[in-house]
Design a protein around this ligand. Sequence first.
Ligand code: NAP
Length: 241
Amino acid sequence: MNKTIFITGAAKRIGKAIALTFKDLGWNIIIHYNSSKKDADELANKINKDNPDTARAVQGNLDKEADIAKILNDIDGMFPSLDLLVNNASTFYPTPIEEISEDHWEKLIGSNLKGPLFLIQGLKEKLKASNGSIINITDTNLTKGVANYSIYSAAKAGLEAITKGLARELAPEIKVNAIAPGAMLEPPDVTWTEDQKNKVIESIPLNRMGSEQDIAEAVKFLAHCEYITGQVVKVDGGRSL
Ligand SMILES: NC(=O)c1ccc[n+]([C@@H]2O[C@H](COP(=O)([O-])OP(=O)(O)OC[C@H]3O[C@@H](n4cnc5c(N)ncnc54)[C@H](OP(=O)(O)O)[C@@H]3O)[C@@H](O)[C@H]2O)c1
């Protein structure tokens, strides 16, 4: 029986790379998206062309409790088991202290912290039944303190705290880990100048930006490791050293 991975925010970029990597392993893929319906449908079609009837797309805004309930309902019974949940979806933008509003708080905490927590709550029995695992995608920069990103950093730090707490609470049936990417891709809708890019690269011991595939390979590694739980794996070319 094929195993099943559920990836949030999987229509594009890092989530898509994870989906395609697990397609190559023969897993069933549940592609979650919020606004990128076209990309999510195209990805599901591409996967189904290679591996028939192994991919489905589900929509939902992770800020909203009702949407999370809808997602849980939609994926119930979609495939025989659920083996891996990857909380990858994220909203990311700066929030200088003078400009912070409740709306910023709701959006940044919603997608990066609240949504992942309630998805785990709703999916834990399925994951328990398969001795499955959870991988939360955080951010390697947050522990350094990043000016203008206090809410995003708090959300990702919270997600790492949830990772460790739930690794104890859900053991021994479910493993819970986090992957903290470094500088992989430019933020969506932002193009760095050569100068900005070079500055980032200078801060990375391995002397290059990462790629979406570097994260997908780490997800694959953790998915196959039976004796790692409660860890944050930094995939950042040494930037956090
Ligand atoms: N890219 C990097 O260099 C980098 C660095 C450090 C950490 N990370 C972390 O790695 C993960 C993937 O990064 P990425 O750059 O590939 O992510 P991304 O493109 O910024 O976002 C991934 C997806 O998240 C979904 N999303 C955003 N808000 C949502 C909401 N309220 N409800 C549901 N879905 C929502 C969006 O889906 P739709 O398009 O369908 O709306 C989006 O396509 C993220 O957790 C990010 O924080 C990335």
